[in-house]
Ligand binder design. Structure first.
Ligand code: COA
Length: 390
């Protein structure tokens, strides 16, 4: 039985800052951010968007009534969770009006959470082939103003329906995974910003990629020329390129050219959104499929990396007519409708966070065009609105 991605959609907030302008404000040459890091625009989450609303807005764009009935597993992959106890999945389940006879849980392992969710969803579908699973990677990447990580922030979510006989991509079963306890990136419970050893995390990302790629080749006998493209977890778009370059010499010239061209296509969305942590790899897949006509039946390599760290390499096969099941025009509209804010406005939005002393707050959702917004916190409980259900 084929199991894989039946639908895939994403959401990113309506405001962004231009990276060249951010560079000037930080006394850095614009090319450092646009070429050296490889980012053009950075999505910013207004106070009315959190990991729950980003996830719910992403899922809202892909699910229909049949999905609402058939989804009986909701996995919320995130490292920007809003509660130490209650999972974001339960809020999303309610906001989307899903079948009550469902499991809903949150998974955490830095940027690897959504990949873990997909692999678990595959097991669930293998046991329950007539059901569907909703897996979401949702995050707000925050390093802090004037930090070296600042240029690699972003916000957004990717939602996927995992099912039998998937219409977009069948997931193959030759996965290779690796865990090693390292401190390259982490966020202690008391901090709303990440701590990062940037250079070390870059090194470990590449090391993990090299190890899982070697093991994958040994396990499957497949090589680079068997991959039409490789999508990477993209904390910033230069990162995957650095990893890809370490293996390119294994391939003949035409395959190298193809992989580099497809790499470029797989980074377009990420370049304009920034790092969305758990969803980044899947945003890269969407970018590849929606900005380039990749042949049906192609094998796509996927490298997932979550600092701390867990890495995984796996592959998928594009299904017949898969492009019909993408939402290319919807995503074009989403990008086109975004508004630029100045660096000063971005700094103000960044500093405007929810109270952390337990006090209440009422938020104005009228300026946020998203269907699902955070409307406030009352008696220690977050309240959400779905503007489509008035
Ligand atoms: N034109 C073009 N490129 C330029 C440039 C210019 N004027 N000025 C600098 N650069 C290049 C540098 O050569 C470097 O490229 P390289 O990495 O290919 O050598 C790149 O821009 C970044 O410069 P660097 O000095 O290394 O940046 P930094 O010290 O500010 O930190 C990160 C960069 C990515 C380490 C930092 O943003 C970070 O910690 N991010 C968060 C962690 C992360 O994303 N980890 C990834 C693994 S999950």
């Amino acid at each position: 039985m084929k199991i894989g991605i039946d639908k895939i959609g994403f959401y990113t907030p309506h405001i962004f800052v231009d990276m060249a302008k951010l560079a000037l404000a930080r006394n850095v040459e614009p090319e450092k951010f646009t070429i050296g890091i490889g980012q053009s625009k950075m999505a910013i989450a207004p106070i009315t968007q959190d990991s729950v609303t980003l996830a719910a807005n992403a899922a809202l764009s892909i699910i229909d009534d049949e999905d609402r009935e058939k989804i009986d597993l909701v996995i919320f992959g995130s490292e920007s969770g809003i509660d130490h106890s209650k999972s974001g999945a339960v809020y999303v389940h309610q906001l989307l009006g899903l079948n009550p006879n469902a499991r809903a849980v949150e998974l955490k392992q830095a940027c690897y959470g959504a990949t873990a969710g997909i692999q678990m969803a595959k097991g669930h579908i293998a046991l329950n082939p007539d059901r569907k699973a909703l897996v979401i990677g949702t995050d707000i990447a925050r390093y802090g103003l004037n930090t070296s990580g600042e240029s690699t922030q972003g916000a957004g979510a990717v939602a996927m329906v995992i099912s039998a006989n998937p219409r977009v991509m069948e997931l193959e079963n030759h996965n290779v995974y690796l865990t090693n306890d390292i401190m390259d990136f982490w966020r202690p419970i008391y901090s709303d910003k990440a701590f990062v050893d940037g250079k070390f995390s870059n090194e470990q990302y590449i090391l993990f990629f090299n190890k899982v790629w070697e093991a994958y080749k040994e396990k499957t006998g497949l090589v680079l020329s068997d991959m039409e493209a490789i999508c990477f977890h993209l904390p910033y778009t230069k990162m995957g390129l650095k990893a890809l370059r370490t293996v390119l010499e294994e391939a003949p010239e035409d395959v190298r050219e193809r992989l580099l061209a497809h790499y470029e296509a797989s980074t377009t969305y990420n370049r304009n959104v920034g790092n969305i942590y758990t969803g980044s790899l899947y945003l890269s897949l969407l970018s590849l499929l929606e900005t380039k006509e990749i042949k049906e039946g192609s094998r796509i390599g996927m490298f997932s990396y979550g600092s701390g760290a867990v890495g995984e390499f796996f592959t998928g096969i594009l299904q017949p007519n898969y492009r019909e099941y993408l939402n290319i025009s919807g995503h074009k509209r989403l990008f086109a409708s975004r508004q630029e804010v100045s660096v000063e406005e971005y700094e103000e939005i960044f500093e405007k966070t929810l109270p952390n002393d337990g006090s209440d707050i009422d938020l104005d959702v009228s300026k946020d065009p998203a269907a699902i917004c955070l409307s406030g916190v009352l008696d220690h409980k977050r309240h959400y609105v779905n503007k489509l259900h008035k």
